[in-house]
Write a protein that binds this ligand. Structure first.
Ligand SMILES: [Fe+2]
Length: 279
């Protein structure tokens, strides 16, 4: 990837601030993409690196067309660890969050099975949601998600779609990830008055889309014959600390139990970028 000029970085930042998402140039080359596709295979075959085990996994076997997802894949796969802590990726996240330091909040490996054409089904959909609704235990909402495409990705294979500008709508009733009926989730969010526009994030293999923790996003059916694979890295900026929150237990934090105000700055939130290393 060619380095992004300071001038371009500023424009990218402005686009992100206005729209709540941004699409990068190709960050990972064909060889890196292939290595990550192999990492996916190993993960789904439960061939884990080290002696660790996944903390949250969701690969239902009852229906092969359902989505598969594993959280904190970096914990059990070296290739994923290398990728989500890659400085070139962290630096892009740093620019969007306007921070000098970026750490991994956690990651996800996501496998959306292909159904082929001709049969309509919603079982592989990801319902509209805001990532922050699952988190909330941070003293900032300035978190960014990086979605790495491991094949060319568009509406034919169920690409992610975002609602541009929705990061400015506040936190909504938007815990729809596992609800595959997108229209029902939209209703629940009560956004009828808002300027709703669905923008498909069309990516080449190795390209990355970024979205803000409040940006509404979801995805529909993968009509291709192949699974749609991605690695998703969630990032926090410098100074992110634990904030106690009631009734949110969706996130499984690694490491010791935090106390109010503790910084997420230890090895369980690995460093992806530090501006000081550049000087
Ligand atoms: Fe999400």
């Amino acid at each position: 990837m060619k380095p992004i000029t300071a001038e371009q970085a500023k424009l990218d930042q402005q686009f992100y601030e206005e729209n709540g998402y941004w699409i990068s140039p190709v960050v990972f080359d064909a060889e890196e993409v292939e290595a990550l596709r192999k990492a996916h295979d190993r993960i789904w075959n439960q061939d884990f690196d080290g002696d660790a085990f996944p903390l949250t996994e969701w690969f239902p076997s009852d229906n092969p067309t359902r989505l598969r997802k594993i959280d904190n894949a970096w914990w059990i796969n070296d290739e994923v660890y290398k990728t989500v802590t890659a400085r070139k990726l962290g630096k892009l996240a740093a620019n969007l969050m306007n921070t000098d330091e970026v750490r991994v909040w956690y990651d996800q490996a996501i496998y959306k099975p292909g159904t082929g054409k001709g049969q309509e089904t919603s079982v592989g959909n990801v319902g509209w949601h805001q990532d922050y609704v699952y988190w909330q235990c941070t003293n900032t909402t300035n978190l960014v998600t990086a979605w790495i495409a491991l094949q060319d990705t568009d509406l034919t294979n169920g690409c992610m779609q975002v609602i541009p500008g929705s990061h400015k709508w506040g936190l909504l009733n938007s815990d729809g990830f596992f609800n595959t009926e997108l229209e029902a989730v939209k209703k629940q969010m009560e956004v009828d008055e808002k300027p709703w526009r669905e923008e498909p994030l069309i990516l080449k293999a190795g390209q990355v889309s970024f979205h803000h923790s409040y940006t509404i996003h979801g995805s529909r059916q993968n009509y291709s014959n192949d699974p749609r694979l991605s690695i998703v890295a969630h990032y926090i900026p410098q100074g992110t600390a634990y904030k106690k929150i009631q009734n949110v237990d969706n996130i499984r934090l690694l490491g010791p139990r935090p106390k109010e105000g503790d910084l997420y700055d230890n090895q369980y939130f690995p460093l992806a970028y530090s501006a000081s290393e550049e000087k």
